[in-house]
Design a protein around this ligand. Structure first.
Ligand code: FA5
Length: 344
């Protein structure tokens, strides 16, 4: 009997030492298998109790059950301690340092073309111009014929055209065909409209030219519209867009749909006219094409040129955005480079 009691005490001591060394949950599970599991040392002893005489069995059996309960209690306590330690460790590892600076969320914003477009539209709206939408796909007649481009006239080649697979349908090369749409809608009432939108030209892409770009067309038709009105409108626009005190100058030019036709420059916004890299030492920056609406175009729009006159202008939106924000390559606008888009 004594050997049984001794063996029980031995297993208990050994088990208690082993349990104290178990540092994590898998180690406690292994310990359970080693001592209390089906093939465990204590279980083996308990199974052997059958060999004892009936008089010895109750005493040794009681002792064995006590050891078993004791070890089970010790295991539960060890497991609880390990769980608490593991929780502490993971809390410390995931701890939030509330003093760290926050992560700035990335905010979307308007594309630089649309920023410039809105600015330009707002300035012109203040002067009484109303926005008029016109299609990006046009007939040859609207893009050229009704704007007084004679058939086979070399002026058509000034604007290399993208054709569609539908005969006679093209991607508009400028916003000017919108002039005819607006006039035909409102004639014989006086009008003041602006037409912002996309244009397409089959030309080489360079730092200054894209094959898809935006223009804003302006058109005013009335009974007493003069070149001075055009000049006043453009000077007012330049002052609001590029800062008070601007100067503008007109250079004679040619467009089939205006007569006289001009190209308009603003004094260089960087050097004020002294000459620099931006203005190529000329002191001036070209901002748009303009002129008095040609009598043939007025007539095509439904106005009697003997009673009505008008002015029109057309400006590139990206080019104005480039001037204003110091962007030196138009290709950046549509290359989807988010570093550029975030900067401007
Ligand atoms: C025209 O397109 C005329 N329709 C403008 C006009 C309207 C004149 C009304 C008279 C009356 P032009 O081809 O010069 O003109 O283009 C006008 C502006 O569009 C240019 O000054 C430029 O700012 C912009 N532009 C023209 N081609 C491109 C291009 N490939 N890429 C970017 N901007 C361009």
């Amino acid at each position: 009997m004594n050997t049984w009691i001794e063996q029980l005490e031995q297993v208990q001591t050994e088990a208690e030492t082993a349990l104290a060394g178990a540092q994590n949950t898998p180690a406690t599970e292994q310990w359970h298998a080693d001592y209390l599991g089906r093939k465990g040392k204590l279980t083996a002893l308990l199974r052997g109790l059958g060999q004892l005489s009936p008089s010895e069995r109750p005493l040794v059996g009681r002792q064995a059950n006590q050891v078993k309960e004791l070890l089970e209690g010790a295991l539960a306590a060890r497991q609880a301690a390990i769980a608490a330690e593991e929780l502490q460790r993971s809390l410390a590892a995931e701890g939030i340092d509330v003093t760290l600076p926050g992560r700035r969320p990335l905010l979307g914003k308007l594309h630089p073309t649309h920023q410039a477009m809105r600015e330009m539209v707002d300035i012109l709206k203040q002067m009484g111009f109303q926005v008029f939408d016109s299609p990006e796909v046009e007939s040859d007649e609207y893009n050229f014929g009704l704007l007084n481009f004679p058939p086979d006239h070399p002026a058509r080649e000034m604007q290399d055209t993208f054709f569609t697979t539908t005969p006679n349908l093209i991607l508009r090369t400028h916003t000017s065909p919108g002039q005819i749409h607006a006039m035909r809608r409102y004639a014989p009432e006086p009008i003041r409209v602006i037409l912002p939108g996309k244009c397409f030209r089959n030309e080489d892409v360079t730092a200054r030219s894209e094959m898809m770009f935006y223009q804003i067309e302006g058109l005013a038709v009335g009974r007493k519209i003069t070149f001075s009105d055009l000049k006043g409108t453009l000077l007012n626009f330049a002052n609001q867009m590029y800062g008070e005190g601007r100067q503008i100058r007109f250079r004679k030019s040619y467009f089939p749909f205006t007569e006289p036709s001009v190209e308009v420059d603003v004094d260089c916004i960087l050097c004020g006219g002294a000459g620099c890299r931006l203005c190529k030492q000329t002191g001036w920056l070209e901002i748009l094409g303009a002129g008095m609406v040609h009598p043939v175009v007025l007539q095509n729009g439904g106005y009697d040129p003997a009673l009505f006159s008008g002015f029109a202008f057309g400006m590139g939106i990206e080019r104005q955005a480039m001037l204003k924000r110091g962007i030196d390559d138009i290709r950046l606008f549509y290359s989807n480079d988010t570093r550029f888009l975030a900067r401007v």
